[in-house]
Structure formats: structure tokens, C-alpha cells
Design a protein around this ligand. Structure first.
Ligand code: HEC
Length: 170
């Protein structure tokens, strides 16, 4: 009887330890996918979000870009609501600008370069205009130094448009 109790206790402790490890692992996995400074992650399903507008970046990057938004973002754009409400998420996709092999004057998307995210949460991100930033390369967040540049550039140039460059393409 005493032996059974002892075995039971050992099993219970083992299970508790195992659950603890799994939980710690999942927290680590989440953190590894989140941007430094802001803790922004790539939003699920963004690839099927609506297009706000395309962009073309010249030398030296030579990229084709598309900015898409979640439903909160699209509502705000359609109603010209500024500042953007909390819950707004904007994602910029970018690809190397590549000459079409099928029709010379045409440019087509080549390799994907970055996925960039802006999340509006006026309380959490009060010190950066209400926006959290994330830049991802092959699904992994870029380093701290890159994330230190985001708000500075958006603030210097588009403060009057709630720190957002992209306008709704007609
Ligand atoms: C030197 C200026 C500059 C820096 C630094 C910069 N951006 Fe931007 N960002 C732009 C411009 C310009 C656009 C407009 C679209 C385009 O031309 O690609 C833009 C657009 C965006 C958009 C789409 C929404 C919008 O404002 O149009 C997101 C999301 C974004 N940037 C995220 C980031 C993140 C994340 C970082 C930092 C890792 C960052 N940006 C750093 C200039 C900058």
C-alpha cells in the first residue's frame, strides 16, 4: 500500500513537471516569433486580407510591395477615420522586382523579402504613437537595431496621417 502511494506520488510529480516544460516551451516559441521592443507577431490569415494599396521601391531595394489591412483597418480607410482605431493591423508584403520572362516590359514579384506589421494599441504602444512594429524575414523577426528605426521614420514623415504612409488606392 505504502509502495503504491509512493509510486503514485512519483507519477504525479512527473506529470506536473512534464506539463510545466511544455508550457515553458510554448511561451519560448511565441517569444521567438515576436518582434523585439514591441512583441508584434505575424497575424494569422493576413495573406487573404484586402488590398489598401501597392507600392514600388526604387534602387537599391527594387521591391514590389502591397499593403493589406484587417477589417478594422479597411473600415477606417473607407470612412477616413483618423487616428486609426485600436485593433487596426496593417501588413506590408514585399518582393524583389523581377522582369517577367514572358513579357519584357512587365515586372513581377520575385523572392519574398520582408513582411512588416503595424498594430494599433494606443495604451500598450503609447510611446510610439500607438503603433507596435514588426519586421519579419523568412517568418523570423529582425533584430533590435532594425526595430529602433521604424517609428522614427514614420514619425518624421507621416505624423499628420497617424504615422501611416499608405493611402487607400482609388
Ligand atoms: C526610412 C523610412 C522608413 C523606416 C525606417 C521604416 N519604414 Fe515602414 N514605411 C515607409 C514607407 C515610405 C512606407 C510606405 C510604403 C512603401 O513605400 O513601401 C512604409 C510603410 C510601412 C507599412 C505599411 C503601412 C504604412 O505606413 O504605409 C508598415 C506596416 C511598415 N512600414 C512597417 C515598418 C516597420 C515594422 C519598420 C521597422 C522595422 C519600418 N516600417 C521602418 C518608410 C519607413
Amino acid at each position: 500500500m505504502r509502495r503504491n502511494l509512493a509510486i503514485g506520488a512519483v507519477i504525479a510529480v512527473s506529470i506536473a513537471l512534464a506539463i510545466g516544460c511544455v508550457e515553458i516551451d510554448s511561451v519560448r516559441a511565441q517569444n521567438a516569433e515576436a518582434s523585439p521592443i514591441y512583441g508584434v507577431t505575424i497575424p494569422v490569415g493576413y495573406r487573404s486580407w484586402e488590398l489598401i494599396g501597392p507600392a514600388l521601391e526604387g534602387d537599391p531595394l527594387n521591391e514590389l510591395r502591397a499593403v493589406v489591412g484587417n477589417t478594422v483597418a479597411m473600415d477606417a480607410y473607407r470612412k477616413s477615420t483618423l487616428p486609426f482605431p485600436d485593433g487596426t493591423v496593417l501588413v506590408k508584403l514585399a518582393w524583389k522586382q523581377t522582369q517577367s520572362t514572358e513579357f519584357e516590359p512587365a515586372s513581377v514579384p520575385g523572392a519574398a523579402t520582408t513582411v512588416q506589421v503595424m498594430v494599433k494599441d494606443s495604451k500598450k504602444y503609447a510611446s510610439s504613437g500607438g503603433w507596435g512594429f514588426g519586421r519579419f524575414i523568412n517568418g523570423k523577426p529582425a533584430d533590435v537595431a532594425q526595430h529602433e528605426t521604424c517609428f522614427a521614420c514614420h514619425e518624421a514623415r507621416v505624423q499628420q496621417h497617424d504615422f501611416v504612409f499608405t493611402r487607400y488606392a482609388p
